[in-house]
Write a protein that binds this ligand. Structure first.
Ligand SMILES: Nc1nc2c(ncn2[C@@H]2O[C@H](COP(=O)(O)OP(=O)(O)OP(=O)(O)O)[C@@H](O)[C@H]2O)c(=O)[nH]1
Ligand SMILES: [Mg+2]
Length: 264
């Protein structure tokens, strides 16, 4: 029986929170929030805006005024994706959310895939939306970007021994327990490497990670925040993790042996 079906039958309310970091996403945010609010089972939404110059934060406030399921966390300045997510994780842990989704605001992470990822949490602590298993793919990427991204995952697997096929993807669902297994004060990275760092910590903590296939279209509106600094951070961070360890905290209760599985 699924977590949500169990909750329905027992009368327990399962609470899911989708965390969406934004920086200059004014054209993407309103349709994204509408699409997420329409999903079943219903989700709460947390937008984390780093004082976007294009006014995304104000737009988010307007959306929050229309629905009490939407909250906005305003941060004073652009500090990177990783810091934004950590603020979101703290928010989720301070409240009684059972499942946490993290996803980009630019529709590369398709809202309609969220229920499928959440369902896969029945068999896992963490569900990774994967572009690198059967059924997963990207749309609209240049050959160079394909190559860089593929190499990023291979490099992470080689250096850290990760068994995931897609180590750098940021479309994930996790149980509350997966956040509790992290020492958030020890997370070092901020860009793409953030996703690798968390995957490494979860595998060190012995949590069960599942990959499910996703289709990942390139962003249509707005501008990428990818930079050479973010790529360099990823390249150097892996070695720091390898030699100094990742941000895994003691797991609250014994989990199964580290494992990666796939689900379709
Ligand atoms: N709050 C916050 N959000 C950020 C920051 N940097 C990026 N984001 C958001 O994080 C998500 C991912 O950023 P993208 O620019 O799409 O990065 P990307 O997916 O690597 O690049 P593209 O595929 O080219 O779009 C988007 O929702 C951004 O708006 C930041 O410093 N602070
Ligand atoms: Mg993107």
């Amino acid at each position: 029986m699924s977590l949500f079906a169990f909750a329905f039958q027992t009368g327990t309310v399962m609470r899911a929170l989708a965390i969406v970091p934004t920086y200059n996403e004014r054209d993407n945010l309103p349709p994204l929030i509408d699409a997420l609010l329409a999903l079943e089972p219903p989700l709460d939404l947390l937008v984390i805006d780093d004082n976007s110059p294009d006014g995304t934060g104000r737009i988010a406030d307007g959306l929050a005024a229309r629905s009490d399921r939407v909250q906005v966390l305003h941060r004073a300045a652009k500090e990177g994706l990783g810091r934004a997510y950590i603020a979101g994780f703290q928010y989720a842990l301070e409240r009684s959310y059972d499942s946490i989704i993290h996803m980009d605001a630019d529709f590369s992470h398709r809202p309609e895939d969220v229920p499928r990822l959440l369902r896969a949490l029945d068999d896992a602590d963490v569900v990774v939306g994967s572009r690198r298993i059967s059924g997963g793919r990207t749309i609209g990427w240049s050959p160079t970007r394909q190559l860089v991204s593929a190499w990023g995952s291979i490099y992470a697997r080689l250096v850290l021994g990760l068994r995931l096929k897609d180590c750098t993807g940021g479309f994930k669902c996790m149980r509350r327990r997966a956040l509790q297994a992290l020492d958030l004060t020890k997370v070092r990275s901020n860009g793409y490497a953030f996703h690798v760092e968390l995957n490494y910590a979860w595998s060190q903590a012995g949590l069960r990670i599942i990959e499910v296939p996703i289709v990942f279209p390139d962003r249509v509106r707005g501008v990428s925040k990818m930079s050479a600094a973010i790529a360099l951070e990823a390249a150097t961070l892996l070695w720091k993790l390898r030699f100094h360890g990742g941000p895994a905290a003691a797991v609250a209760e014994p989990g199964p042996a580290p494992s990666v599985a796939r689900a379709g």
